[in-house]
Design a protein around this ligand. Structure first.
Ligand code: HEM
Length: 156
């Protein structure tokens, strides 16, 4: 009788551990790219961002001469790479891309707000949103002060 109770307990624990293992594994293995919804999610986020930018009077002027198809493609690649997805960013350095603009903190904040709105519109989980924003933060200085990072070759 005692043996049977013990066996049930061991089997019960095994089941609990198995379920715990199943519950933990996917989130432990998922990349940020997966949590953003993979290619479909990242593409939707960038498309939502373009929509937000189109209605942003503070920022839209910067994009007057921009080839929007290229911007869209490069941004999708960049967000894919930075979130550990299977892409390689093939665009310009952040310094070169932003070298003809004089951006200030309020421009940067406005773009970040648009990106958050774009992710909200796509039902991106808040934790994944914060993780993506944290990976973009290190680019802040290069975007804001491109001249510090440009090589002579970039300038001509
Ligand atoms: C961490 C923040 C930012 C990231 C990751 C980022 C990313 C990018 C990328 C990937 C490109 C395309 C580069 C290429 O064509 O090779 C680009 C271009 C551009 N970005 Fe940003 N950007 C950021 C901040 C900003 C801000 C704050 C503005 C303000 C309006 C801005 C305005 C632009 C414009 C206008 C272009 C197109 C430039 C052109 O026409 O050649 N970006 N950015």
């Amino acid at each position: 009788m005692r043996n049977r109770v013990l066996i049930n307990r061991v089997a019960g624990c095994g089941l609990v551990l198995f379920l715990a293992g199943c519950a933990l594994k996917p989130s432990q293995q998922a990349t940020l790219y997966d949590r953003l919804g993979g290619n479909e999610g990242v593409t939707a986020i960038v498309d939502n961002l373009l929509y937000e930018l189109a209605g942003n009077e503070k920022l839209i002027g910067f994009f007057e001469e921009t080839d929007i198809n290229r911007f869209r493609t490069k941004l999708i690649e960049q967000l894919c790479e930075v979130s550990d997805g299977p892409c390689r960013y093939s665009g310009d350095s952040m310094a070169k891309a932003h070298s003809n603009m004089t951006l200030n903190r309020s421009h940067f904040d406005s773009l970040v707000n648009d990106l958050i709105a774009a992710m909200d519109a796509n039902d991106t989980p808040v934790a994944a949103q914060n993780d993506l924003l944290a990976r973009l933060v290190p680019m802040y200085d290069e975007v804001m002060h491109p001249q510090k990072y440009l090589s002579d070759a970039d300038q001509y």
